[in-house]
Design a protein around this ligand. Structure first.
Ligand code: IPM
Ligand code: MG
Length: 370
C-alpha cells in the first residue's frame, strides 16, 4: 500500500473550517484504502504572522518541499490589513508558489446540473459548462522586479509593478495548456493584451510557435484578455481550455467561478515540472475562494471547493482518477439532493452548514467507495 505525505495548511478565516471537512474524507480513505495519506499540519498566513512574525516559516517551507502534495485552505483578513507588506498573509501563499515553482495553475469551472440556476447568468448559458482556466502562476506582474513605491520628494509617490515574461515561462505553460486541451475537447484559447503590452506580444508569439512546432492537431485561437472576459460571460461554452498570465488568470478565474454558481465551488491545482528521475511533481491544491473573514466561524462556508481540491490532488498527484471521480460524483449527488450552503442557496433547497455539507459528501463517498 502506497503512502502519500500531505502537508495541510488550513490558514485563516474559513480555511480551517473547510479543511476540517477534507480531513474527514482523508480519514475515511485511510481506513478504506487503497492508499494511505500521512498528514502534517503547519501555519500559514495571518495566523502564522501572529505566532512567528512571518506569513510562513522556513520550517513549514521545508515541510512543503518534502511533501508529496500541499493542501491549502485560505489566507488573509482585515485583522492583518496593517501588517508590513513583506509579511502580509498573502506573502505565505506567494512564497509557496514561487519557491516550489508551481507555475501551472489549473482552475476548472464546471457547472453542476443542480446548480445551473444558482449562477448569475441564465441557465442556458451555463448548463453543462466545463471549462479549464490555466493560469501562469510564478511569473508576470506578481513577481516582476522592480516592485516599489518611491517617495518623489514633492508630495508625490511613484508605484511600480513590473510585468515580465521570458520565452521559457510562456513555452512551459503553453505546453501544459495544449496537453490539457488534447485530453479534453482539443481547443485552446490564449488570452493576453498584445495591443498594449510587450509581454502580450511575446506571449502571443511564443504560444503561436509552440502550436506550430508541437501541437498542430489542437485548435488554437487568441483573444485579447478584455474581450475574453466579455466572452466568458456572453457565451462561456465557446471555451475549452483558456491559457493566460498570472494577473489576467486571477481575474478571469474569479469570473469563471461565478458561472458555476459560487466562488465556493471552484477548486484548483498548482503544479510544478515533472522530475524526470522521480516522475513526481511538486503540487499545491487550494480552493479559489479566499478566507471570507465575514462568515468565518459562522458555519456558513461552503466546503465543496476545498473537498474538490483534494479530489484534484488524487487525480493529479497520486494518479487516483477513479477515486477523484468518486469525490466529484459525491459532490454532484449531494447537490442533486438539494443540500445547499448559504452561498448557493435557492428556493426549495435544504439549507445546511459547513459541517453538514461535509458530512453529507462523506456519506456519499462512503457509499461509492464502500
Ligand atoms: C487567488 C488569490 C491570490 C492571488 C491572493 C490571495 C494572493 O486571489 O489565488 O486567486 O491573487 O493569486
Ligand atoms: Mg484570485
Amino acid at each position: 500500500m502506497a503512502t502519500h505525505n500531505l502537508l495541510l495548511l488550513p490558514g485563516d478565516g474559513i480555511g480551517p473550517e473547510v479543511m476540517a471537512q477534507v480531513k474527514r474524507v482523508i480519514e475515511f480513505f485511510n481506513k478504506k484504502g487503497p492508499d494511505k495519506f500521512k498528514t502534517e499540519e503547519a501555519l500559514v498566513g495571518g495566523c502564522c504572522y501572529d505566532a512567528h512574525g512571518v506569513a510562513i516559516t522556513d520550517a513549514a517551507m521545508d515541510k512543503a518541499k518534502a511533501a508529496d502534495a500541499v493542501i491549502f485552505g485560505a489566507v488573509g483578513g482585515p485583522k492583518w490589513d496593517a501588517v508590513p507588506y513583506d509579511v502580509r498573509p498573502e506573502a505565505g501563499l506567494l512564497r509557496l508558489r514561487k519557491d516550489l515553482d508551481l507555475y501551472a495553475n489549473l482552475r476548472p469551472a464546471v457547472t453542476y446540473p443542480a446548480l445551473a440556476d444558482a449562477s448569475s447568468l441564465k441557465r442556458e448559458l451555463v448548463e453543462g459548462l466545463d471549462i479549464m482556466i490555466l493560469r501562469e502562476l510564478t511569473g508576470g506582474v506578481y513577481f516582476g522586479e522592480p516592485k516599489t513605491i518611491t517617495d518623489l520628494g514633492n508630495g508625490q509617490k511613484r508605484a511600480i509593478d513590473t510585468q515580465v515574461y521570458d520565452t521559457y515561462e510562456i513555452e512551459r505553460i503553453a505546453r501544459v495548456a495544449f496537453d490539457l486541451a488534447r485530453k479534453r475537447r482539443n481547443k485552446l484559447t490564449s488570452m493576453e493584451k498584445r495591443n498594449v503590452m510587450k509581454s502580450g506580444v511575446l506571449w502571443n508569439e511564443v504560444v503561436t510557435q509552440v502550436h506550430a512546432r508541437e501541437y498542430k492537431d489542437v485548435e488554437l485561437e487568441h483573444q485579447l484578455a478584455d474581450s475574453g472576459g466579455m466572452n466568458l460571460v456572453k457565451w462561456p461554452k465557446q471555451f475549452d481550455v483558456i491559457v493566460t498570465d498570472n494577473l489576467f488568470g486571477d481575474m478571469l478565474s474569479d469570473i469563471a467561478a461565478m458561472l458555476t454558481g459560487s466562488l465556493g465551488m471552484l477548486p484548483s491545482a498548482s503544479l510544478g515540472e515533472i522530475n524526470v528521475k522521480t516522475k513526481k511533481r511538486k503540487a499545491l491544491y487550494e480552493p479559489v475562494h479566499g478566507s471570507a473573514p465575514d462568515i468565518a466561524g459562522s458555519g456558513a462556508a461552503n466546503p465543496i471547493a476545498m473537498i474538490a481540491s483534494f479530489g484534484m490532488a488524487l487525480r493529479y498527484s497520486f494518479d487516483m482518477g477513479g477515486l477523484a471521480d468518486k469525490v466529484d460524483s459525491a459532490i454532484a449527488a449531494v447537490l442533486a439532493k438539494g443540500l445547499r450552503t448559504a452561498d448557493i442557496r435557492s428556493e426549495g433547497t435544504i439549507a445546511v452548514s459547513t459541517t453538514e455539507m461535509g458530512e453529507a459528501i462523506l456519506k456519499e463517498v462512503q457509499a461509492l467507495h464502500g
